[in-house]
Design a protein around this ligand. Structure first.
Ligand code: PLP
Length: 416
């Protein structure tokens, strides 16, 4: 948190500055950095498992083989060596693209911001899932959209409710600018959109001329079951974003953005005005890393690490959480979404949890309309399985205390 200082520039700010918010998760990071707290809050990948020697080799190879280019500006579209690796990585997901069908971005967060920049005018309607990725809400908010939400269930997006919403909007003469979805191992809900719903979503998109934006940071982190086709693999009109953040490192700040060419042309201009190009250095380091390491093998190791953590979290929830609570059972990714009785408020509960030395992210952050008060996101990516067990135990004590406190107050009021 910045030091408090009287703001003598308030008359100068654009209206949109007041719409920019710190993410609830970023605010929590300073608390969760305390070593005595077990953080089930951040979606922070477990980079300590990373083979540092291999990374040192990749940095050295980068400087030896392409040092001059690594220290220079690069093209706004991205380094072709890295793009060639991505063409193969996407082909594994059934997405067939050429190098000029996508660009490299400063993480997928930059892709979300640029999407807002080229599509959203103040008051435009956009559609998101409920809950949805908090960083997307924040990225779009600066462009002042009217955000409408469509609920999820265990099989991902409720496509029937989306269909109803599209009919309702069309009858009011409103065409939403796009629909933003995280179909695989959703952040925060942990759920995955079923195959039949993917197909129905794309049919609806065709029928209503709706632009679908697929954000897929977690698709390669599957711990059970078979891969499902990505929306972009099924329909070339879909805008597709992904990132190295969860499968490699968020510190290198590299993502990629696939779109139909007319959209991509505008995104390239947005990218040029934002940062000219993504880091030549990190693009070329990752290029060298992928030249020397088999991505499939590397991902397989990550899956083993994260599967053990997912299993530890689900087992601990089963062992400790009271029967009035429920949670999703993610087949991959980083997150479990927990629902408590609706008389509890997880934002209010957070202070108690921090005192009990465990942290989570309260549910409200993930809803454009401020609902989700009795829900919370638990991340199993960073702490060890033992820490997860202990963290969930500590949290369960807080939840049980809050439930019994509620019942004793309710009993007392009834007797009065
Ligand atoms: C769904 C989703 N989209 C985008 C991002 C942003 O990732 P990046 O680090 O690539 O900017 C995240 C990060 O948590 C995410 O969960």
């Amino acid at each position: 948190m910045a030091k408090y200082e009287f703001d003598k520039w308030t008359d100068l700010y654009a209206g949109r500055a007041s719409l920019l918010r710190s993410s609830a998760i970023r605010d929590l990071l300073s608390v969760t950095a305390r070593t005595d707290i077990i953080s089930l809050a951040g979606g922070t990948p477990y980079t300590k498992d990373f083979k540092m020697k291999k990374m040192v080799d990749a940095v050295a190879a980068c400087m030896m083989n392409q040092g001059n280019e690594a220290l220079q500006y690069g093209t706004s579209e991205g380094h072709i060596g890295l793009k060639n690796h991505l063409i193969r990585i996407m082909a594994d997901e059934g997405i067939n693209v050429n190098g000029d069908d996508f660009i490299i971005t400063g993480g997928s967060q930059q892709g979300l911001d640029m999407l807002g920049k080229i599509f959203i005018e103040p008051g435009d309607t956009i559609l998101v899932e409920a809950p949805t990725y908090v960083g997307a809400i924040n990225a779009f908010a600066g462009y002042e959209p009217n955000v409408l939400s469509v609920p999820l269930d265990e099989d991902g997006l409720d496509v029937d409710l989306l269909a109803d919403k599209l009919v309702e909007l069309a009858s009011d003469g409103i065409r939403p600018k796009f629909f933003y979805t995280v179909p695989n191992f959703h952040n925060p809900a942990g759920v995955t959109m079923s195959r039949s719903r993917r197909i129905r979503l794309l049919d609806l998109a065709k029928e209503h001329n709706l632009l679908v934006v697929e954000d897929n940071p977690y698709g390669r982190l599957r711990y059970e079951g078979d891969d499902l086709p990505s929306l972009r693999a099924l329909d070339e009109n879909v805008v597709y974003l992904s990132t190295f953040s969860k499968i490699f490192s968020p510190g290198i700040r590299l993502g990629w953005f696939v779109a139909p060419h007319p959209i991509l042309d505008k995104i390239i201009f947005a990218k040029q005005s934002a940062d000219l190009c993504s880091s030549s250095f990190t693009q070329r380091v990752v290029d060298e890393f992928l030249n020397d390491n088999e991505i499939g093998e590397y991902l397989a190791q990550l899956v083993v690490t994260y599967r053990a953590r997912r299993d530890a979290m689900l087992a601990a929830l089963e062992e400790f959480f009271p029967p009035e609570t429920s949670w999703t059972k993610p087949g991959g990714g980083f997150f479990v979404w927990v629902t408590l009785p609706d008389f509890l408020d997880t934002t209010e509960m957070l202070a108690e949890a921090i005192s009990a030395k465990v942290a989570f992210v309260p549910g409200r952050a993930f809803f454009a309309d401020g609902s989700g008060a009795n829900q919370m996101r638990l991340a199993f990516c960073y702490p060890s399985p033992e820490e997860i067990h202990e963290g969930v135990r500590r949290l369960s004590e807080v939840v049980k205390d809050q439930i019994s406190l509620y019942h004793s107050v309710a009993d007392h009021l009834r007797r009065k």
